[in-house]
Design a binder for this molecule. Structure first.
Ligand code: SF4
Length: 380
């Protein structure tokens, strides 16, 4: 299969690992930014194959995990209202709010629907003119263009019953926040390839320079990740810190200009809270004044939200790379995909979910992994 099998070749993987082993003379800590990369690393055991000098730290790049509790509680409140069709990607249904989740709201009679694109929600708005259709617009730079397009279309079609509950976040300010934290141990980044395929790499050279870290744009297959690590270690060993593109088949320096234009037409940069991490300046997008009428927070009165995080959950530490999921005392005991305390245990890109799926037992059997997958699948 083109572009999949080629990046899973075991001989090439061995050669890359040998080169990393031969290059690394000192301990280095690299952060993979994206939760998709985390899953690939844990699934293929890449972290266990690396020489002991090279440590991978899992980053905050899971859109479901970083959606703040306040927004989840607002989603629950809006989804409970009569006359509302609340649309979301499947991952969000099991994410715990302060006292329930979207599955519970659905069980209590709320019209919560799983969609695969914001355009599906737009179609629902078209075919249900007497209902309010709200789409839960979460995610990084990758999902923003399609969500922007949906709002654009809604305005063009004159759909007054369509709105977005927006919780978009941006990667570069998160990298800045991670590097500015006193406890930070990160010495280099594997930047998320799909984010850069939209936004390009223009925002990264300044970060590499200011914090003295290599930033290697990296894909998601095993060889992509090993190549990203190889390049980052090579830079670190030679005292360099620059941006390199190891995902050239998908990323151009200027990204996807049409997608960026669509984002800039509909969204403007704003401060955002990240679940478990806190407020990061300029780290998100919100709808501009011209599209404010499509803002669900503006349309529905959801201002009296009181949030409470479970004290036991350490997902903030997991998302900042301060601990590994298995260091959380609730991991696999009081917190499982069926009884999650944090979003990182139920999101398909969550670090706790990755460890639960692939690393829960010393030698997980295919049956155990399949059972864990079934636990995680909220729509099954
Ligand atoms: S294992 Fe559960 S409780 Fe612990 S950090 Fe992960 S989501 Fe939170």
């Amino acid at each position: 299969m083109k572009y999949i099998d080629e990046f899973n070749d075991p001989d090439l993987a061995r050669r890359l690992l040998d080169e990393i082993r031969a290059t690394a003379t000192r301990p280095w800590a690299l952060m993979e930014v994206c939760g998709g990369q985390t899953h690939s690393i844990i699934r293929h055991g890449i972290d266990q194959l690396l020489p002991e000098q090279v440590e991978l730290i899992h980053g905050p790049g899971c859109p479901v995990c970083v959606t703040p509790l306040e927004i989840i509680d607002k989603a629950l409140e809006i989804a409970s209202r009569p006359g509302v069709i609340f649309c979301s990607f499947g991952d969000m249904l099991r994410v715990p709010g302060t006292d329930r989740d979207l599955f519970r709201v659905k069980g209590e009679g709320g019209d919560v629907r799983v969609v695969y694109s914001p355009l599906d929600a737009l179609e629902l708005a078209r075919s249900n003119p007497d209902r309010e259709v709200v789409f839960f617009a979460i995610g990084f730079e990758t999902t923003a263009p399609a969500n922007a397009m949906a709002v654009h279309q809604a305005r063009r079609l004159g759909l007054a019953n369509f709105s977005l509950l927006v919780s978009h976040v941006r990667v570069p300010p998160a990298i800045e926040a991670i590097m500015s934290a006193p406890a930070c141990r990160v010495q280099g980044f594997l930047a998320a390839g799909h984010v850069c395929s939209v936004m390009g790499t223009a925002e990264y050279p300044e970060l590499a320079e200011r914090f003295g870290v290599p930033l290697v744009v990296t894909g998601f297959e095993p060889l992509d990740i090993l190549e990203g690590i190889r390049r980052a270690v090579r830079q670190l060993e030679s005292g360099e810190h620059r941006v390199e593109n190891a995902y050239a088949r998908a990323v151009r320096e200027d990204g996807n200009p049409a997608a960026v234009r669509m984002i800039e037409e509909v969204f403007e940069v704003t401060d955002r809270s990240w679940r478990g991490i806190g407020r990061i300046p300029s780290s998100g997008w919100r709808l501009t004044d011209a599209f404010r009428a499509f803002d669900a927070e503006h349309r529905f009165d959801v201002t009296r939200i009181r949030t409470e995080e479970p004290a036991e959950c350490r997902s903030g530490d997991v998302l900042q790379g301060l601990i590994k999921p298995t260091e959380c005392s609730a991991f696999g005991t009081t917190c499982t995909p069926r009884t999650p305390l944090g979003a990182t245990m139920v999101s398909s890109e969550g670090a706790c979910a990755a460890y639960y799926l692939y690393r829960r037992m010393n030698a997980p059997t295919p049956q155990a992994t399949r059972a864990a997958r079934e636990e995680m699948n909220p729509v099954a």
